[in-house]
Design a protein around this ligand. Structure first.
Ligand SMILES: Nc1ncnc2c1ncn2[C@@H]1O[C@H](COP(=O)(O)OP(=O)(O)OP(=O)(O)O)[C@@H](O)[C@H]1O
Length: 427
C-alpha cells in the first residue's frame, strides 16, 4: 500500500502543510541507509530508516499515518490535544488532556500512546490535588446557622445545582452527615457527598469574590468557635431545596386576607408528608430532636423535605427510654421530657403536634403558642373532633400517651379525605 499517497491525500483533504525531511544518511555508499521523518502541520512524526530515500519516505509516511490513526481512535473528541514537539529535533510526542475546559499538565512520550498515558496520569494527579470545593461555583448564600452557612452552588462538570453546607467540623456536623448518608426518602433532604477541607484552603489570589467571602466567614467562625487555626471544615453536598422554609409558608398564609381557602387541604398534605418523613426516620432508628417549621423545607417539586439533622441521635430498638444529653432542641418546640436525660423517639411527636396546629390555624407566634391555656382554647373550641383527638394526643405531657409517627400519618390520611370548611382564627 502506498503510504505516501495516502498521507498526501490526508494532508490535502485537511488542508495541512506536509513536508518529508531527510534527517541524514549512514554507512558506505553500497550499503547506505537514509533517515526521514514526516512533518505535518508543523508537527514532527517518528523518523524512519530505509535503504533508499523512497523506502525511508514510505516508512516515515506509514509512521505518521499510524500515529494519526492511533490518536483518532483513542482520543475521545476534544479530550486530548496534541502539541508540536518543543524542538524540531525531538521525536517526543506531547499531548495535553482537556477536561471541563481546563488544561492539565503536558505529557511527553516516545509515542502518542505513551504521551497520552503520561498526560492522563498528570491530569489525574492534578485532579487529586484539586479541592472538591473547586469543582463547584458558589452562587449565593442561602442561609447561616450556628455552625456555618449553606450555599447554592453549581457543580462545574455536570452543571447541576446543589446546596452545600460548609461548617466548622464539630461532632454535631459529623453526626448530621452520618445520618443523612443513611437516609434516603422523598421527604428527607437528599444527601450526596461530604468531604473535609482544612483552613489552609486560603489563597486570596482567587478572583472569585464569593469564595473569598466564604473563606473569610469560615475563618472568623473557626477562630470564634475553636480558637484553632488548623480547624477542619466539613462540606456537605445536598439536594437544593426551595429557599422558603415552612416558617415562610406559615407566615405567608397567616398574612393573607381573606384567608386562603386551600389552606386546610395544603396543610394536611404538608402535615402528612412530614409525618411520613418522621415515620421513616424512626423506622431507621433515629430521632430528629429538632423538628420545627424552620427545619422543614420544600423540594424543587414542592414535596416536603425534613432537613437539619444536626441534633439527630440514635433510637433504641424496643422504644424504651434512653439516657441522653440533656436539653438539646429548640425550646419552643421541645417536648417536656427533652429537658431530662430520659427520652425516646416520642420527643419528635410533640413538635409535630405544634407544627400541625400552626399549619391549620393562625396562632400567635413564639412560646405563647405552646402555653397550655392557649392550646386548650384552640383544641377545645376550634378544631374539628378528629383534629382535636389527634393533636391533643400528640401534645400529651406523657410520651407514652403520644401516638407513633405511623399512626399520625394514618390518621392524617383519614383527615385529608374529609372535607371541612376552614375557619381563620387568631388566638
Ligand atoms: N438543602 C437545602 N436547600 C436549600 N436551602 C437550604 C438547604 N439546607 C439549608 N438551607 C437553608 O440554609 C439555612 C441554614 O441552614 P442550616 O441547617 O445551616 O441552619 P439552621 O437550621 O438555621 O441552624 P442550625 O444548624 O444552627 O440549627 C436554612 O434556614 C435554609 O433556609
Amino acid at each position: 500500500m502506498d503510504s505516501v499517497a495516502q498521507l498526501n491525500e490526508y494532508a490535502l483533504k485537511k488542508h495541512l502543510p506536509l513536508d518529508y525531511k531527510v534527517l541524514g544518511h549512514e554507512g558506505p555508499a553500497h550499503r547506505r541507509t537514509f533517515t526521514m521523518r514526516v512533518v505535518l502541520n508543523e508537527r514532527a512524526y517518528p523518523e524512519a530508516v530505509g535503504n533508499s530515500k523512497k523506502e525511508a519516505k514510505q516508512r516515515a509516511a506509514k509512521n505518521a499515518l499510524e500515529c494519526l490513526l492511533e490518536s483518532e481512535q483513542q482520543a475521545p473528541a476534544d479530550s486530548v490535544r496534541s502539541l508540536t514537539p518543543v524542538s524540531p529535533g525531538l521525536t517526543l510526542r506531547i499531548t495535553v488532556l482537556c477536561l471541563d475546559d481546563k488544561e492539565y499538565p503536558v505529557g511527553e512520550g516516545k509515542t502518542v500512546k505513551e504521551a497520552k498515558q503520561t498526560a492522563a496520569r498528570l491530569a489525574w494527579n492534578d485532579l487529586q490535588e484539586q479541592s472538591d470545593w473547586d469543582k463547584f461555583d458558589p452562587l449565593e448564600c442561602l442561609g447561616s446557622g450556628g455552625f456555618g452557612s449553606v450555599y447554592k452552588a453549581r457543580q462545574r462538570l455536570l452543571q447541576k445545582l446543589y446546596a452545600v453546607k460548609i461548617v466548622t467540623c464539630q461532632e454535631k456536623c459529623l453526626r448530621e452527615v452520618g445520618t443523612l448518608s443513611d437516609l434516603q426518602h422523598p421527604n428527607i433532604v437528599r444527601y450526596y457527598n461530604s468531604w473535609m477541607e482544612d483552613s489552609a484552603y486560603e489563597g486570596d489570589t482567587s478572583a472569585d469574590k464569593s469564595r473569598s467571602a466564604i473563606r473569610s466567614f469560615l475563618c472568623l467562625c473557626c477562630s470564634r468557635l475553636t480558637a484553632d487555626s488548623a480547624a477542619t471544615f466539613l462540606y456537605i453536598q445536598m439536594e437544593l431545596c426551595q429557599s422558603k422554609t415552612l416558617t415562610d409558608w406559615i407566615n405567608k398564609k397567616n398574612s393573607e386576607s381573606p384567608p386562603d381557602s386551600k389552606r386546610r387541604e395544603e396543610s394536611l398534605s404538608i402535615a402528612r408528608q412530614t409525618a411520613t418523613g418522621v415515620e421513616y426516620i424512626h423506622r431507621e432508628k433515629h430521632i430528629h430532636r429538632d423538628l420545627k417549621p424552620a427545619n422543614i423545607l420544600f423540594g424543587q417539586d414542592g414535596a416536603v423535605k425534613i432537613g437539619d439533622f444536626g441534633l439527630v441521635t440514635g433510637d433504641d430498638d424496643d422504644g424504651s427510654l434512653m439516657d441522653r444529653t440533656v436539653s438539646h432542641g429548640t425550646p419552643t418546640y421541645m417536648a417536656p421530657e427533652q429537658n431530662t436525660k430520659n427520652y425516646g423517639r416520642k420527643v419528635d411527636i410533640f413538635p409535630l403536634g405544634l407544627i400541625f396546629l400552626e399549619l391549620l390555624w393562625k396562632v400567635s407566634s413564639g412560646s405563647e403558642r405552646a402555653k397550655p391555656v392557649v392550646l386548650d382554647i384552640i383544641i377545645t373550641f376550634l378544631l374539628s373532633f378528629l383534629q382535636k383527638v389527634l393533636i391533643e394526643s400528640m401534645l400529651c405531657e406523657r410520651p407514652e400517651g403520644r401516638p407513633e409517627a405511623s399512626e399520625v400519618r394514618a390518621e392524617l390520611g383519614k383527615l385529608s379525605d374529609r372535607k371541612s370548611p376552614l375557619e381563620s382564627v387568631t388566638v
